[in-house]
Design a protein around this ligand. Sequence first.
Ligand code: ATP
Ligand code: MG
Length: 586
Amino acid sequence: MTDRPAPATEVVPGRQDVPRQDFIRQIVREDLASGKHAAIRTRFPPEPNGYLHIGHAKAICLDFGIAAEFGGRCNLRFDDTNPAKEDPEYVAAIQEDVRWLGFDWASLRHASDYFEVFYLGAEKLIRQGDAFVCDLSAEEVREYRGTLTEPGRNSPYRERSIEENLDLFRRMRAGEFADGSRTLRAKIDMASGNIAMRDPAIYRIKKVPHQNTGDAWPIYPMYDYAHSLSDAIEGITHSLCTLEFEDRRPLYDWCVDKVDLAGHPELLQPLLDRGFPLEAAKPRQIEFSRLNFNYLVMSKRKLLALVEDGLVDGWDDPRMPTLQGIRRRGYTPSALRLMVDRVGVSKQNSLLDIGVLEGALRDDLDARAPRRMAVLDPLKVVLANLAEGHEESLVFPNHPKDESQGTREIPFSRELWIEREDFAEVPPKGFKRLVPGGDVRLRGAGIIRCDEVVKDADGNVVELRCTLDPESRPGMEGANRKVKGTIHWVSARHAVAAEIRLYDRLFTVPDPDVDEGGKSYRDYLNPESRRVVTGYVEPAAATAEPEQSFQFERNGYFVADRRDHRGDAPVFNRSVTLRDTWARKP
Ligand code: ATP
Ligand code: MG
């Protein structure tokens, strides 16, 4: 990576040479053009307290994407200031997810790398008269805080002397006081119209071991303080975050300005000692709208509950909106990046239709996924006019619009599987596929006529005896004879039995997140969200690599399961149907 400011070269998908034009990129362009920054730096700052979800994909694409587009750099920084809720399992998964989306970090950081600097910054605030140790309990702090319409009241501890504050803060750091008994608070303005500015806590006592720093710290910095200073330490130029932080921007700026790391490099000495490069600068926070989709829940708390209560099969259940889940479902990094581009960047929060997400996957896979034939609900067809041992190979293009994908051979023989729903003994009006005495085209093989319907003792159709029209074979004169329908098929002798997991939306209602009338998202689980069937796939599908995506003709887009799929025991997950079948539901 270089620090060279480069012009944006990425283009809006489908529109040649049109640079992305959102307000954040506009700010970045202006800052580079005016020389305010020679190069930009961004960061993606997840808290390692859960798995990343589709919403995070937007933040990742913006943080990493904008840095890459403008020749800047992006750090991955774990915001690990709340050790009680954090776990190395999440740290590993988050790194894997960011890489999977196609990004890499200039530097991997942790807020905990900076604990020493935060501490020195806090002592500086105390010496400046900008922070004080407060003995109010959490409940008292709430009482003193005031409301949106009423100002707060000053803490009785607000006027402690600098010496007393320094002494108490050092003893907090030494572990002398009980959890929750004291806090260090910024001294700002209890009458501020912005509640975030009413003497917010910047340190609390919490004797919980930390995954990086062990027992070294009995006190931990609060989010706003740690986050703003982390940005400053790393020389972040554009600190992108979601809209709920807009009210906290004044506090962010207050922390950056009052501690003033850029003007006091001595505070960074602990980092220099540990070999971190010095790059402190004044960052600018810019907020954008969160990504939200209907038919999903994305709060970490609810996702955790779904997993813990066994309502889904773990964090990577293909119905989960976690990146691990949708990856297993068959979502591709390029589909997610396409979705983020289409959604755009604004300051308007909204609930997007899940069709936008599914549509991006369809468009991505339509352009790239090889085609295969698979029968999910098999009905036997016997071509009675072919010899018992008849066997041939038919050549099919892998992709109808992409010749570079080449061809494959599909075995064809006397006994085939077709889709049960492609036959109707008593056809409904407008039915265009196989009926007794009728014709249908077998994709790429010829036209068959159904001569006889064989049933079992219970009257179920078990087999169709058909005639293959020899004049309709590929290359023959009658190959283009008009028939109403074309259906897919596989050769019964050659096809491979596969476990097919038919996934659908996890919730039946567009807003499962709205708790109303005593109901919660749990009451809206879709009982049909996972159906497992045994189907038959052509041999070229069975040999897929795990995570390879296909269009199973007429059936949808499927992916070889990344955990369970094997060539001799194939497992495919339905990623998305070919069309939006929900739009038409009443
Ligand atoms: P929580 O508040 O439940 O801990 P979070 O979603 O805020 O979860 P973080 O780990 O703090 O999780 O998020 C990391 C980054 O991702 C933040 O910059 C946050 O603004 C951004 N982000 C989180 N959710 C979304 C979303 N739905 N859309 C866009 N960006 C998001
Ligand atoms: Mg958060």
